[in-house]
Design a protein around this ligand. Structure first.
Ligand SMILES: NC(=O)c1ccc[n+]([C@@H]2O[C@H](COP(=O)([O-])OP(=O)(O)OC[C@H]3O[C@@H](n4cnc5c(N)ncnc54)[C@H](OP(=O)(O)O)[C@@H]3O)[C@@H](O)[C@H]2O)c1
Length: 251
């Protein structure tokens, strides 16, 4: 079953990457008609991201006891939940811009992605993959990975905060040119931070599931960053010309 879900996940990411070259996922500034019924976007974010946190926790609960309570097992849990508890239960309520909506079809696709991803990562760490002893915590792979993860998390948080500050609490949506932090270099540093985070995760867990997740995130976020970047350039004639879409100085 694990292999089947792994390859289904890889196929899903590949299809998403190809399709997103032609259509942008219809939420946020790219929301448009023709994608079926919609729900409140705050609720949508909670429903679609919560499975990532809950399934990872459930796989930990049902994993091998020696792995669950090992130092590495607990650290992996903390890293994952630091991201996903925030993304599921805090981020949706910090967004500003009034009561926006998102298509239920997007919510359903994201739920599938998160269910598979959390299962693949957690069952590899807590049941199926090689057991990581405490000595792993001194391994250069782990140390480099956790440092990269922390840097990505910080960039993601800082960029989200800059975006939230563009709108006053209680006001309706509307977009402005963001400045500060890594916005100096790219249009979507929040996406860049997220990618850095998950490549750091792949390294510090040294797992095929971690790598698959990082690549699947890139499959989603690189095309979306390019759509945002195009949109900024078309919308604001004074948009800083030196900014790239997602990777400073490169892309
Ligand atoms: N791992 C993955 O595969 C994956 C996939 C998708 C998202 N994510 C993560 O989820 C988070 C949110 O994603 P997102 O696609 O919603 O990001 P986004 O398009 O950058 O929007 C983030 C928030 O900032 C607001 N915003 C963005 N640009 C703005 C501007 N120029 N002026 C005023 N407000 C602005 C948005 O409002 P509106 O909603 O009104 O546009 C939204 O509330 C990101 O951190 C991303 O990395 C991860």
């Amino acid at each position: 079953m694990y292999r089947l879900i792994f390859w289904a996940f890889a196929a899903y990411a590949t299809i998403a990457f190809v399709s997103l070259q032609f259509v942008s996922a219809p939420y946020g500034r790219h929301l448009r008609e023709g994608w079926g019924p919609k729900i409140n976007a705050t609720l949508g974010w909670v429903i679609m991201e919560a499975p990532a946190s809950l399934v990872f926790f459930a796989c930990w609960l049902t994993g091998e006891p020696t792995r669950r309570f090992s130092a590495t097992g607990l650290i992996f849990q903390v890293l994952w939940q630091t991201h996903y508890v925030y993304r599921s239960f805090v981020f949706p309520f910090r967004r500003r811009g009034g009561q926006r909506e998102m298509p239920i079809s997007i919510v359903l696709m994201a739920i599938l992605f998160n269910l598979a991803n959390a299962y693949l990562n957690a069952s590899w760490l807590y049941t199926l993959g090689p057991e990581r002893a405490a000595t792993w915590l001194a391994d250069p792979c782990f140390l480099a990975g956790i440092t990269i993860f922390a840097a990505g998390w910080w960039i993601n948080q800082q960029s989200d905060q800059i975006l939230f500050n563009l709108r006053k609490p209680g006001t309706e949506g509307g977009y402005r040119i963001p400045h500060g932090g890594l916005f100096r270099w790219v249009s979507c540093p929040n996406y860049f931070g997220e990618l850095v985070e998950w490549f750091g995760w792949a390294l510090c867990t040294f797992s095929p599931a971690g790598l698959a997740f990082a690549l699947a995130s890139a499959a989603n976020l690189v095309p979306r960053a390019r759509s945002h970047h195009r949109w900024y350039r078309e919308t604001f004639p004074d948009y800083p010309p030196e900014r790239k879409a997602i990777v400073p100085l490169v892309l």
